[in-house]
Design a protein around this ligand. Structure first.
Ligand SMILES: *Cc1c(COP(=O)(O)O)cnc(C)c1O
Length: 425
């Protein structure tokens, strides 16, 4: 029996389903990890895997990036938690504000879910309105307002996707179709009580789905015309698609921004930023409550400062390199699947891509759902066997990091070739 299997059997006895976050589980059991470095992760059976999960996008610079490990080590010698303000929080805030022109002020917290929860509360506190619009398939964390699916009929009232989630809460979340600006307009016209619109500017939680031409610009225009705060959930895209996130990439200024994953390249930190008049509503100066013991903890702050400085220093060397690698990889994969006569779509941008087994373009929740998940699972299993680790779900994304070499990518392409044969069978 493999060590991972043994560990999984033990884990199941003390951890629900043996995992601490649902997507980590896959059939027949997930591998357990011993260590990671650069582009690689080693499982409990000492097998080295090329990592394309990369902390669900967090590890833009790769595992154990030297600059970050050095900064964190320095901070470790000075303490791990003060729960008082520190000068480094000012430095980090200035760096974030410098990269994101839409942000005047920023509050640090710990997780993406906490950040979107705060962003939504801020929008409600600012507008004194109740309802939130979200787009179908966008993921914003595991709290009641956003853990909703579209209700039936044209009302789009959200229903909770989780037992224990309150429909009283989720009915205040209206769900509209991604890339469908008419659906948004209709919903805004029908409801006068809208406190905010929250969106993943690039949808990275239904596989990878790109915003169609003008979708984000129209979204900005319509929300502005109706005085509705626009929240960009850049938990994935922040620092990953550009130093200033998707908003830099598309040239759009949202009112509120959330970021987390690639903010610190692998430590626990998130942030909410936005216009001064909105951000100043946060307690204790304002009446929108938000608090956390570990917020702005010096370890995560040191990691984030070092991460942003590294990203800003590398800038084009980093982003255009990853873009080039991604273009080459995605194009080669596309050609390969075409040659093998496998119906497929590949969506890619910046350092992210995903393959879908369907002959219809994937542009929203429905088209993503309709892709063949069983085939994707075969692909995943075959890649894993060959030493390539991608996130174990069609609805996640493949993330490149600065640590991947051309040789890693060539090996991975070969592995995809073998994997596609098992998909075809
Ligand atoms: C991962 C994710 C979140 C939630 O972040 P956690 O740190 O897991 O709470 C929120 N929004 C988006 C877009 C995400 O991908």
């Amino acid at each position: 029996m493999s060590n991972s299997k043994k560990l999984f059997n033990s884990a199941k006895k003390v951890i629900p389903s043996g995992v601490n976050s649902p997507v980590r589980y896959f059939e027949p059991y997930p591998f357990f990890t011993k260590k990671a470095n650069g582009a690689y992760i080693w499982n409990a059976d000492n097998k080295r895997l090329i990592d394309f999960c990369n902390g669900y996008g967090a590890l833009l610079l790769g595992h154990r990036r030297k600059e970050i490990i050095d900064s964190v080590s320095k901070q470790l010698s000075r303490g791990t938690l003060y729960c008082t303000p520190t000068e480094s929080e000012i430095e980090l805030s200035k760096l974030i504000i410098g990269n994101f022109p839409s942000i005047d002020k920023v509050r640090l917290m710990n997780t993406g879910g906490e950040a979107t929860m705060t962003a939504i509360r801020l929008a409600r506190g600012y507008t004194k309105k109740k309802k939130i619009i979200k787009f179908e398939g966008c993921y914003h964390g595991a709290h009641d307002s956003v853990l909703v699916k579209a209700g039936s009929g044209s009302a789009h009232n959200g229903i909770s996707v989780s037992d224990g989630g309150l429909d009283e809460v989720s009915k205040n979340t209206l769900v509209v179709q991604y890339n469908n600006i008419e659906d948004l307009e209709k919903t805004i016209n029908k409801n006068k009580d809208i406190a905010g619109v929250i969106v993943e500017p690039i949808l990275a939680n239904m596989g990878l789905i790109l915003p169609e031409k003008n979708f984000l610009h129209d979204l900005r225009k319509i929300t502005k015309q109706n005085n509705i705060p626009l929240i960009f959930d850049e938990v994935v895209t922040g620092f990953r698609v550009a130093p200033g996130g998707a908003q830099e990439h598309f040239g759009i200024k949202p009112d509120i921004t959330t970021m987390a994953k690639a903010l610190s390249n692998g430590f626990t930190i998130a942030a909410v930023g936005g216009k001064k008049e909105i951000m100043d509503l946060l307690s204790p100066g304002g009446k929108v409550y938000q608090a956390s013991t570990f917020a702005g903890n010096p370890i995560s702050v040191a990691a984030a400062i070092s991460s942003i400085k590294t990203i800003n220093k590398l800038k084009n060397k980093l982003y255009s390199k990853l873009e080039k690698y991604n273009l080459l990889f995605s194009t080669a994969l596309d050609d390969m699947a075409t040659d093998m006569k496998i119906p497929h779509q590949i969506n890619f941008t910046a350092s992210m891509f995903q393959i879908f087994f369907t002959n219809k373009p994937v542009t929203n929740y429905e088209t993503s759902k309709n892709a063949n998940g069983k085939k994707f699972n075969k692909l995943f299993q075959s890649l894993l066997k060959q030493g390539v680790f991608i996130a174990p779900s069609q609805f996640e994304v493949v993330f490149l990091s600065d640590a991947h070499t051309e040789s890693d990518l060539n090996k991975t392409l070969d592995a995809y070739h073998t994997a596609l044969k098992s998909v075809k069978k």
